[in-house]
Design a protein around this ligand. Structure first.
Ligand code: AMP
Length: 301
């Protein structure tokens, strides 16, 4: 079953303690769509880019089988640009700049062929825009959304309206605390469920991710890596991999979601081994399966 990914398509500048890259391919929509493309070849990407967006980037997405009919290019506009800097242990990231540019006036209109796609992933984006996608979708089987500090601070009311309409919210631990004002993660999870989602998945970076519903709790490990190059997009890769797996088996049960979270963690582990989506360019599905089995083995007792 197909997946509709709506998210940002950006030019990123990333600084780590040892390297700096400028205007590389990034964006929540890109990371999520590339992650999902390991599981399915019917991924549709909705987003907006400017005239400055390099063709080789869109060419790459097309070679991954990602349908770009929903990606709008604004001929007189500038692409979304984001810059971030990591500290030595990669656990802290400072946003250096967020230039919304073309997404500020973007009002996505879903192409006819996208409207009845059953799996919707609303990657990090303006909640107003995320809501407008839900309103245009005619046949959603599973709606998952992500958000981040920027939108929690800037568009709180729209975000709350969005949460009432989604099945699963995926977000970072610090964002869960920011959203609810809690200092305890489990309390934050309970508070988020009261906004409307049936499930909240909280990402904890190198410490894995937890899933909480009214009646269940699950913790998925992160794949243990000794070498991290760039964690940018790990959260989007996690969610995209998770959606890819769920759509590939056409199941949204508790058991399926648990496996999907582990697949998400595996895809994210490849993402952080290099800048941008460079590592994903040569990952084989057999490598994904192999890390999945390792995590399964490591969490069995
Ligand atoms: P993550 O590391 O999972 O937080 O994702 C980082 C990616 O999200 C980068 O490629 C950024 O270009 C993109 N990004 C940064 N800020 C935002 C924002 N406010 N909304 C949507 N995407 C963003």
């Amino acid at each position: 079953m197909g997946i509709l990914v709506v998210g940002t398509v950006t030019l990123d500048t990333v600084e780590t303690p040892s390297e700096r890259v400028e205007d590389v391919l990034g964006g929540s929509g890109v990371y999520a769509a590339v992650a999902a493309s390991f599981f399915r070849r019917d991924i549709q990407l909705v987003g907006v880019i400017g005239a400055d967006f390099p063709d080789p980037y869109t060419d790459f997405l097309e070679t991954q089988g990602i349908d770009l009919r929903g990606l709008k290019r604004v001929d007189n506009g500038k692409s979304f640009r984001w810059g971030g800097r990591y500290t030595q242990d990669f656990n802290v990231r400072d946003t250096l700049f967020t230039e919304l540019n073309v997404i500020e006036d973007f009002q996505p209109v879903l192409p006819e062929t996208y409207k009845d796609t059953p799996y919707l992933f609303l990657a990090n984006n303006s909640p107003v825009l995320q809501l407008s996608i839900i309103e245009q979708a005619t046949n959603p089987k599973l709606i998952v959304c992500d958000t981040m500090d920027f939108w929690i601070n800037e568009e709180r009311a729209a975000l709350e309206a969005l949460l009432a309409r989604v099945d699963i919210l995926v977000l970072n631990d610090s964002e869960a605390l920011l959203l609810t004002g809690d200092s305890n993660l489990m309390q934050a999870a309970q508070a988020i469920l009261r906004y409307g989602p049936k499930r909240v998945i909280i990402k904890k970076g190198e410490h894995g991710a937890i899933s909480v519903t009214e009646s269940s709790f699950f913790t998925a490990p992160a794949y243990p890596l000794t070498q991290v190059t760039d964690p940018t997009g790990a959260g989007d890769s996690f969610a995209g991999g998770m959606m890819g797996y769920l759509a590939s088996i056409g199941d949204t049960s508790e058991e399926a979601i648990r496996s999907a979270m582990v697949y998400g963690a595996v895809v994210a582990s490849f993402n952080i081994e290099d800048f941008s989506i460079n590592r994903q360019k040569d990952v084989q599905f057999s490598e994904i399966s192999s890390r999945y089995r390792e995590l399964q083995e490591a969490s069995h007792f």
